[in-house]
Design a protein around this ligand. Structure first.
Ligand SMILES: Cc1ncc(C[n+]2csc(CCOP(=O)(O)OP(=O)(O)O)c2C)c(N)n1
Ligand SMILES: [Mg+2]
Length: 192
């Protein structure tokens, strides 16, 4: 989908439509901000799903589109807060999305190292099903990695292996079985 904010409502709809399936949504950090309040609705109505956030603390697609113009303008989601006493605190990681999930009654984990991703995904799948809650896995990634898009898509000749054949094989805990059974899961992903 091209519209930001599609992912969370889509996860809710997919899970309501096919409650027996595992629903996993992939969301950008900025896209999450468009409809994040729907997490509260999912908690209220006990609609479980796993949300994987790719957090580059920026509007990556917009930043990349600006490169051709030599710009890097208004794409940062990190900022500085000035407190009442004049103290400054740096929100170097932008919004704390795990706290946001928790504020709405959901759960989340931040992942900083690649080897933590599987562990966190297993936790999210297990916990989301057991507690009937939306659960976030926030994966911190490089701010300025370019993605293949537009005409660059034509230049792709080699793809990364599918997660089913790589990551998932190293998962052993609860949840991994559900992921291995590709048909028992629905993947929801929005792109800009
Ligand atoms: C509703 C809506 N508003 C604006 C846009 C334009 N837009 C495309 S990508 C993008 C930034 C997306 O940032 P993020 O979700 O963090 O994904 P990233 O590109 O960083 O992976 C924006 C504002 C859009 N696609 N949809
Ligand atoms: Mg982003």
């Amino acid at each position: 989908m091209g519209s930001l904010g599609w992912e969370i409502p889509a996860c809710i709809g997919a899970k309501l439509g096919q409650p027996e399936k595992l629903v996993v949504g992939v969301v950008g950090d900025y896209s999450f901000q468009f409809t994040m309040q729907e997490v509260a609705a999912a908690v209220q109505y006990r609609i479980p799903f796993v949300l994987v956030m790719i957090n580059n603390i920026s509007l990556g697609l917009i930043r990349q589109s600006e490169v051709a113009y030599g710009m890097n303008y208004n794409v940062d989601l990190a900022y500085t807060v000035e407190h009442a006493d004049g103290e400054l605190s740096q929100m170097e990681r932008g919004i704390n999305y795990v706290q946001l999930m928790e504020a709405m009654g959901g759960l989340g984990q931040r992942v900083e190292q690649p080897e933590e991703i599987c562990v966190s995904l297993e936790w999210a799948i297990r916990t989301s099903a057991a507690r009937r809650l939306p659960v976030l896995v926030e994966v911190m990634v490089e701010r300025e990695a370019n993605a293949a898009m537009g005409p660059a898509l034509n230049a792709i000749s080699e793809y990364e292996p599918l997660p089913h054949s790589t990551t998932v094989t190293s998962m052993n805990g609860a949840g991994s079985q559900e992921l291995r059974q590709g048909l028992s899961s629905i993947a929801v992903s929005g792109t800009a």
